[in-house]
Design a protein. Structure first.
Length: 400
């Protein structure tokens, strides 16, 4: 694995950083990207500026107005820097564009791709249900054919965008008696369709995790993406596994800000960095962050090797954990974040309880909110699920 960016990649990173530093205010924390109207408008405006630069379509084929940048590293550089600069994430991380390009019809691409590219519309995924979270294939949400329509019934939960944007790509069971991973279809639903009820529910971190109820919701059959009953192997697989996230870079920014605070801002009449306990704590967390960064870029590199046909990742390196590298990285992040936030919270003492907006809040309340957010740490699989993936896919251990 190449540990340094190439000159072209470094030039691309500099271009991204220059844009982000110009567009994101220094006091922006992204904590209400979808909640209050002002913050949401900034989120939408920011996404449209990315779209105007064709940065939401880096990997799209040129025939769909994409840049056709095949490098996963270039895509990851954009996501990592957005994470580090606290940019608001909107539909550009969770839209079904890859599924539409791979499995959609020409009519579907003409209808949605251009507006997705420019962030004029937003999509979210309708996946998690009350009885189908980490085990998504256990979903019971139904889509029944009636004439030239599907009739949708069921619930989708824990959705952070449904109360703000226009469309949802739902995973629905279209053949109830099919085997577990078959009989699932991907269907696009306009969230303004009669029978759809979106109920936002605030979590501990201040984020809306909406419940979406579908009561005899009728959508055209033309909204089916890909082959009926085959979404697990087509649209859902492409959409969920094709895009790099920001990795540990949001956490890296919070850590860097806290180190700067410890060095410059006195608490109780002294600098926190003067205490040996603080220095040892920061050193430990810095080492663990470096491990996460290396895992992140190794995962991106492995994806590039696989797409280029290089079989180097086919070797059983390190017991095969490379096959579950995303889960390894996810587990690191899920365990690192609450440990760091609580450690920083304790060092700040009573000041750590002050929220964003309070004049005395250290780091604009970033640690206080980080502690609350760390208790909502289940997205993309709980630590226990990620360990199961590592054991089964990475270590070839049998299922229990």
């Amino acid at each position: 694995m190449q540990l340094d960016f190439s000159p072209a990649e470094e030039a691309w990173r500099s271009e991204v950083v220059e844009f982000l530093e110009a567009e994101i205010p220094g006091d922006y924390r992204g904590e209400t990207a979808y909640e209050d109207d002002k913050a949401y408008e900034f989120t939408r405006s920011f996404a449209r500026k990315l779209g105007a630069r064709n940065w939401l379509s880096l990997a799209w084929p040129e025939e769909y107005s994409g840049q056709q940048r095949k490098s996963k590293t270039e895509q990851a550089i954009l996501m990592a820097e957005i994470g580090y600069h606290r940019g608001p994430f909107m539909n550009f991380q969770s839209d079904p564009a890859s599924a539409l390009i791979s499995y959609g019809t020409d009519a579907q691409r003409d209808r949605w791709l251009e507006d997705l590219r420019t962030a004029e519309i937003g999509f979210c995924n309708g996946l998690t249900e009350p009885e189908a979270g980490s085990d998504l294939a256990a979903l019971s949400f139904s889509a029944v054919e009636e004439g030239d329509e599907f009739v949708l019934n069921g619930e989708k939960i824990f959705n952070t965008r449904a109360h703000r944007i226009e469309y949802m790509m739902v995973a629905a069971r279209t053949t109830p008696d099919a085997t577990k991973y078959r009989g699932i279809s991907a269907i696009v639903c306009d969230l303004e369709t009669p029978g759809v009820t979106v109920v936002p529910k605030m979590d501990l971190g201040g984020t809306n995790l909406s419940w979406i109820y579908f009561d005899n919701v009728r959508v055209p059959k033309d909204n089916l993406i890909g082959t009926k009953d085959q979404a697990w192997y087509e649209a859902l697989s492409v959409d969920l596994h094709s895009r790099p996230g920001s990795g540990p870079y949001s956490s890296q920014r919070t850590f860097d800000d806290f180190v700067q605070f410890c060095n410059q801002e006195p608490v109780g009449g002294r600098l926190l960095i003067d205490a040996e306990e603080t220095r040892l704590m920061l050193a430990e967390f810095a080492i663990e962050l470096e491990v996460q960064r290396q895992l992140y870029w190794r995962t991106i590199w492995a994806r590039e090797q696989r797409e280029s046909g290089n079989d180097v990742i086919g070797e059983k390196i390190g017991g095969g954990l490379h096959q579950a590298s995303s889960s390894v990285l996810g587990l690191w992040q899920k365990e690192w974040t609450p440990r760091f936030m609580h450690a920083a919270y304790r060092l700040l003492g009573p000041y750590g309880q002050l929220k964003y907006g309070d004049r005395w809040a250290p780091m604009l309340g970033e640690i206080e909110r980080g502690v609350r957010l760390s208790h909502s740490n289940h997205a993309h699989g709980t630590p226990e699920i990620l360990k199961n993936v590592m054991a089964h896919r990475g270590l070839d251990m049998p299922r229990s």
